[in-house]
Design a protein around this ligand. Structure first.
Ligand code: NOJ
Ligand code: CA
Length: 700
């Protein structure tokens, strides 16, 4: 045995000597991606270059700096190891039924005066992942002050980005050259209640780019757990992005980690075209498998309606008592009569959901606290087990059960996180008691405790804690205003969706979302995970109840239907009011029919910021659904139906922009027609400016 160990030790020494100061590389399984790594000769700084299709794409320094410890230089290279994996796994829900996880791996084992650090690289055919690993060693804790990781681009690519706001991701995207990145105009945005933009050249991830020859690159993050979010600081002259970790309340410290630990993955999507970015499962593959044990049948993709849009368009309010001081709520307060979450109104939504086959009814404004919530930065605003006096929760739980509908719980925390943490168990037990199995959380406001940020480590840990805790109570989760997702839905599939971007609501009370917005989201924010965008607005002008409201949703009605296919989510809202759907039941039929779980997905064509056409096969059937959307330009589309099953006749119901449709001047016309189609046929479509088309293809 001793001899054997000596032999191994001897071999390891040999490898170590060979590895010193030399380059090492690893190719992806089909060799299209290559990663070369090394240490700079004198200073011992780790670096990498990622290649795609024979060309260098991204390169730079690697490492972390900490208080009293420096893991960015002075390294000697102990050894490297290569490995590989080819496995197929099944997500609990998703865009496809099975996912192949196929990569080659190379790990650098490094050591310097501060200790040991490994850098693990994975080369996929469509991208790169790498992370820092800190094995067990004398150092017990690392207070990270900086991550030196760089992504130096080889030319001034076109980039789609939002500012590196520490507190919000609810921004309109900018399309610019890397050299033109400048966030100063974002600082003027007034519709976002909480934002913190202090670095004028910092951007969020994922940031997606297109090179002059059409190669698409996206820099992203996977598996963000117990670390602060990865933003990037752009050096617009050197065309370099440097890791920019969001600070914490501890001066100069970005993240505090007990050893052993691994950082989240840094990921680079690589594709010869835009569609390849959307087809990539890189982020999911870099995440840990499902951690929820036992039966998972309680996790269900779902469609819902809710008492929600009516508050955003001033039909009703979240609060019960208006501006009366309700710091200690009691029923002496006088109701304003505008409260939305009443027993009667909720029953109306439950009836509508039951009649049209929706799974859930979201009710916002049901609990005490809303008189005090907005912009006050105070703790203990909400009570998550105390309904307003006009919301009879016992009766509504009974009624919803009778109608076969679930009430979706709403927990607006106003970012008073300690207060939410104190109430979490009671709040989830309360949901269990009333048969509610989904919660929408919200974090509008500046974070309590002071000094923490929506994208910092402290909050990252909170969001994950909520996912874990809700799973313990068999509750599904939809988080609004969290850090943008990084694929954790693989590990916590009860975490159905997040907002974490500029959603539909901005169309109700701000300059809104430009028509191109929904053609950018899938290439950026949604790469990390599903978005609760809340499509389905039919009443495009939002002055229905408040004549002073001048806003309109920047869309045609047909485009609203198409979004159910192009914006993937296992949780989709039909966001408009029941009365607006009742007026157009023929158009509403598509929202009733469209599934929220899929066996297969085909991106038929895509150009970031311009258009996307997506076809998806309903899970467990041969039915397909197509969504096609465009930006502010009208567009002719030819859809080749070569994905249909051979030999079958499909009934296609086409919901297209009607005569004269235009997002700005005439958003309402929808033409509905039915035709029979077969595999191989070509379907020509016309999309209006800011328009879209939705198609259901059913077969027996
Ligand atoms: C912002 C959320 O995004 C929105 O959906 C919600 O209605 C409000 N906060 C109130 O919680
Ligand atoms: Ca929001």
């Amino acid at each position: 045995m001793k001899k054997y160990l000596l032999l191994i030790a001897g071999m390891l020494c040999l490898i170590a000597v060979r590895a010193q100061n030399s380059l090492r590389s690893v190719y992806s399984p089909d060799k299209s991606v290559k990663i070369v790594v090394g240490l700079t000769p004198k200073t011992g700084e780790p670096f990498y270059t990622a290649w795609f299709a024979g060309k260098p794409i991204s390169s730079g320094k690697l490492g972390l700096k900490g208080k009293g410890a420096d893991f960015s230089q002075g390294f000697s290279w102990k050894q490297t190891r290569t490995a590989g994996s080819d496995q197929t796994w099944k997500p609990v829900w998703g865009e496809v039924a099975t996912i192949r996880d196929h990569y080659k791996e190379l790990t650098m084992y490094l050591e310097n005066g501060s200790g040991k650090m490994n850098i693990r690289f994975r080369a996929y055919n469509n991208g790169v992942g790498f992370r820092y690993e800190f094995p067990d060693q004398p150092l017990k804790e690392l207070a990270v002050t900086d991550e030196v990781t760089q992504f130096t681009m080889t030319a001034d690519h076109t980039a789609w980005w939002i500012p590196g706001d520490w507190d919000s991701n609810e921004h309109v995207y900018t399309t610019s050259k890397i050299s033109a990145i400048d966030c100063s105009s974002y600082a003027k945005e007034t519709a976002i209640s909480t934002k913190h933009i202090v670095q004028m050249k910092a951007v969020q991830t994922p940031i997606t780019m297109r090179t002059a020859n059409g190669t698409h690159i996206s820099i992203a993050e996977a598996g963000l757990v117990d670390f602060s979010a990865l933003h990037l600081e752009a050096d617009t002259k050197e065309l370099t992005f440097k890791a920019n970790l969001i600070p914490s309340a501890i001066p100069d410290v970005k993240s505090v980690n007990k050893l052993p630990f691994n950082t989240p993955w840094r990921a680079i999507f690589l594709s010869k075209d835009a569609a390849g970015i959307l087809n990539s499962k890189l982020i999911l593959n870099l995440n840990e498998p499902c951690k929820i044990e036992g039966d998972l049948s309680w996790i269900k993709p779902q469609k819902y309606v809710g008492i929600w849009w009516e508050m955003h368009i001033n039909k009703s309010t979240w609060d019960y008592a208006g501006s009366q001081d309700a710091s200690s709520f009691n029923s002496v307060l006088k109701p304003t009569g505008k409260h939305g979450a009443t027993t009667e109104n909720t029953k109306k939504y439950i009836d509508f959901a039951a009649k049209h086959g929706f799974d859930g009814v979201l009710v916002e404004g049901w609990n005490v606290g809303w008189e005090n919530w907005f912009g006050k930065w105070k703790d203990e605003v909400f009570d998550f087990t105390k309904p307003y006096p006009d919301y009879n929760i016992d009766e509504l739980a009974r009624y919803a059960k009778e109608k076969g509908v679930k009430i979706i719980m709403h927990h607006e925390t106003s970012a008073a996180v300690p207060s939410y943490e104190r109430q979490m168990n009671d709040a989830y037990a309360y949901m269990n008691k009333y048969g509610m199995n989904s919660v929408k959380t919200g974090y509008v406001g500046k974070i309590i405790p002071k000094g923490e940020w929506h994208d910092g480590q402290w909050m990252v840990n909170h969001y994950v804690r909520v996912a874990e805790r809700t799973a313990q109570y068999k509750i599904m989760l939809d988080a609004h205003e969290p850090v943008r997702p990084s694929g954790l839905q693989r590990t916590w599939p009860n975490w159905l969706a997040c907002e974490a971007a500029r959603g539909q609501e901005f169309n109700a009370w701000s300059t809104g979302n430009p028509p191109e917005h929904e053609t950018i989201l899938p290439f950026t924010r949604i790469l990390g995970g599903p978005m609760d965008y809340t499509p389905g607005i039919f009443q495009i002008h939002v002055n229905q109840f408040d004549p002073n409201k001048k806003e309109q949703v920047h869309t045609t009605v047909a485009k609203q239907l198409a979004l159910y296919v192009t914006l993937y989510s296992p949780l989709q809202m039909a966001a408009d009011l029941p009365e607006n759907y009742e007026k157009r039941l023929d158009v509403f039929q598509f929202i009733k029919d469209v599934p929220v779980d899929w066996s297969d997905t085909k991106i038929l064509e895509a150009s970031i910021g311009d258009y996307i056409t997506t076809a998806r096969r309903q899970k467990g059937t041969q039915n397909w659904f197509i969504g096609s959307i465009t930006d502010e330009n009208a567009r002719d589309v030819s859809i080749k139906l070569n994905f249909l099953q051979a030999g079958k006749v499909y009934e296609a119901t086409i919901y297209e922009d009607g005569p004269g449709a235009d997002w700005e001047k005439n958003p309402y016309p929808v033409n509905i027609r039915k035709i029979q189609v077969r595999k191989g046929q070509v379907l020509p479509l016309k999309l209006a400016a800011g328009g879209g088309c939705a198609i259901s293809l059913t077969t027996k």
